[in-house]
Each structure stands twice: as C-alpha cells, then as structure tokens.
Design a protein around this ligand. Structure first.
Ligand code: SF4
Length: 119
C-alpha cells in the first residue's frame, strides 16, 4: 500500500510517496534529499513520536509534574510507556530536566521533567 507522507526533517516539507515492496524494500519518491528517504523508511518500518505527559508528584506545590521523552519513542512502546508513567510517583525537589524514568525498555530514551518543583 502506498503511503503519502510529508517529511518533517526540514521546513521544506516534501510530499513523499512511499511503498513497501513484496521483497520488503521501501520505494520512495518525492524527496529532495536522502533525509526524506530515511524519514519515510522509519515511518513505514518503526514510526516514532515524541511523548509528553504528566507524572504524579508528592509535592505541596504541584500534584503532577509535566514530562517529555528525551527523544522520539517507537509507537509500539508508547502505550506501555504511558501505563508506566501513570503508575509512577516522583518527589521533589526536582530540577527541570530531571530524569524520572531512564532507558525505557532499553530504547535509550529517558523521561525528563519539563519544569522544576521545589517542595
Ligand atoms: S526530503 Fe530533504 S529537503 Fe525534503 S523535507 Fe525532507 S529533509 Fe527537507
């Protein structure tokens, strides 16, 4: 099945057509540079997204602290990651950028706070 994609690797936003062949190869057209091919290959084989969420915080100041992934996460892992974050509780003090979950499932992705919580 042919997929229509818009490459998000740079502001040009090339409209890319990508298709997985019966031989398991990805045919790509419409990209102006190799980054577009790499983007399409990832989208067809292991799409990833940045994750933002909140984590419970045992704080007087804030019941939940906002967090984000340090890098895009495989979409196959996002449901499990959100379940893990729902079960997690952290405690202050936390600086912005504190790691609250490291190397999720061996992906190399950390979950980090996006603001500080003093107490
Ligand atoms: S294919 Fe290349 S030029 Fe086109 S949007 Fe992607 S990175 Fe930019």
């Amino acid at each position: 099945m042919k997929r229509e994609l818009i490459c998000i690797s740079c502001p040009i936003g090339c409209h890319i057509q990508a298709e997985m062949t019966a031989a398991g190869e990805v045919e790509v057209s419409g990209n102006r540079c190799p980054r577009g091919k790499a983007y399409a290959l990832n989208e067809l084989t292991d799409p990833k997204r940045m994750v933002t969420s909140v984590v419970a915080c045992a704080s007087k100041e804030l019941p939940f602290v906002p967090v984000r992934s340090s890098a895009p996460v495989s979409m196959a892992l996002i449901g499990e990651l959100l379940d893990t974050l729902r079960a997690l509780e952290v405690a202050p003090p936390l600086a912005s950028g504190s790691v609250v979950l490291s190397d999720f499932k061996g992906s190399g992705v950390n979950i980090i706070t996006t603001r500080s919580v003093k107490e």
